[in-house]
Design a protein. Structure first.
Length: 356
């Protein structure tokens, strides 16, 4: 809900030259917290980890309207990253516990379908809200929606066997808790494709504005339309054709979509690029997570998903940061930033093509 409006919010508090860092700071904390969430998911339980993640969003969203200094704002973004560091790790492990092994792609596709539905329509609703209400209402609404997800989680049944009670000793992290080596290949692919997403999520609002689009969330609506359809289809086909085959196609589509977005000179071409990019990104996500589920030992699922999500955070963070540095507030630099994103996705295609 808040994402498309954060660049303008940063400008309003004097932070124009820091645009892009609102994604980077968010992902830094998410990255730092992944090893903890992975270990806690495998010991404390899936549901407690999910509750922590959703609860952070509910609390932190209330503070945005009061932190009107750019450094204070970035600090809040830093804290907000704990939500993403915890919630998806627990959720992915929970779903992996309950779906049949022959339908992992399909199951992960359904999970990502609903996640992207929330993200895409949240972007649109957030963009509409600021056209009619003060931005404070947007932040408070975000907090309320997150709180409702906590209430849903409290009614669910834990799937982790031999669950441990929480103790400070569970927060002690060793290198073995940080990295799950069995999921290296899908982790590398995740890093390369999410770099493109990091560029898009941070620069698409400004690209939309430069092309005369009033609602900066519309880009994400078009992105979401094809992403939703592709997530269901991508998961289904990855169960039948193989994870690698689907990802080879996905990385090519992401490459084409990123370049097309960068070269767009009208809203029509921008939204057409968003549709193409969304299709590629939607194909990739369930296949990557299903592949990680295939490869990881059952007792280390939390760690495996934590490893893949760390790659996601690094990819998004680097994409947002480097894209923001290339853009530097000058719309003439946007094509170069998006073409660079396409190059990273193409490297993923090359890696999958030649990796045995």
């Amino acid at each position: 809900m808040v994402l498309p409006e954060l660049p303008d919010f940063m400008r309003s508090i004097g932070g124009e030259k820091y645009i892009g860092l609102h994604i980077t700071f968010f992902t830094i904390t998410a990255l730092i917290s992944r090893p903890f969430s992975g270990k806690l998911t495998d010991t404390w339980g899936r549901i407690p980890v999910m509750v922590v993640g959703a609860g952070v969003t509910s609390v932190v969203s209330l503070f945005y309207p009061f932190f009107l200094n750019i450094y204070a704002f970035l600090f809040i973004r830093f804290l907000h990253g704990f939500s993403t560091g915890f919630k998806p790790t627990g959720t992915s492990a929970y779903v992996a516990d309950i779906i049949p092994s022959t339908k992992r792609g399909e199951g992960m596709g359904i999970l990502s379908f609903f996640g992207m539905t929330g993200m895409g329509f949240g972007n649109y609703i957030g963009g509409e809200m600021v056209l009619h209400f003060p931005i404070e209402i947007l932040f408070y609404s975000s907090a309320a929606v997150a709180l409702s997800s906590v209430l849903v989680l409290l009614g669910m049944k834990e799937t982790l066997e031999n669950k441990q009670s929480f103790s400070p000793s569970l927060l002690k992290i060793n290198w073995s808790d940080v990295y799950e080596p069995t999921v290296l290949v899908p982790t590398i692919v995740m890093l390369l494709v999410t770099f493109s997403f990091g560029v898009s999520v941070s620069l698409a609002p400004d690209h939309s504005k430069a092309l005369g689009v009033d609602n900066k969330g519309l880009f994400f609506v078009y992105f979401t339309i094809t992403s939703l359809l592709a997530r269901i289809g991508g998961g289904y086909f990855s169960d039948r054709l193989g994870r690698r085959s689907v990802l080879i196609i996905a990385t090519l589509i992401i490459t084409a979509g990123s370049v097309y977005i960068g070269l767009a000179t009208s809203p029509f071409h921008l939204f057409a690029g968003a549709l193409l990019f969304g299709a590629g990104y939607g194909l990739s996500s369930p296949s990557i997570f299903a592949w990680a589920t295939d490869l990881a030992p059952d007792q280390n699922r939390g760690r495996a998903f934590s490893t893949v999500f760390m790659a996601l955070e690094i990819g998004i963070g680097l994409g947002a940061f480097l894209g923001g540095q290339i853009y530097a507030g000058d719309a003439d630099n946007l094509p170069l930033a998006f073409i660079g994103a396409g190059v990273m996705a193409f490297l993923g295609f090359i890696y999958l093509l030649f990796k045995k």
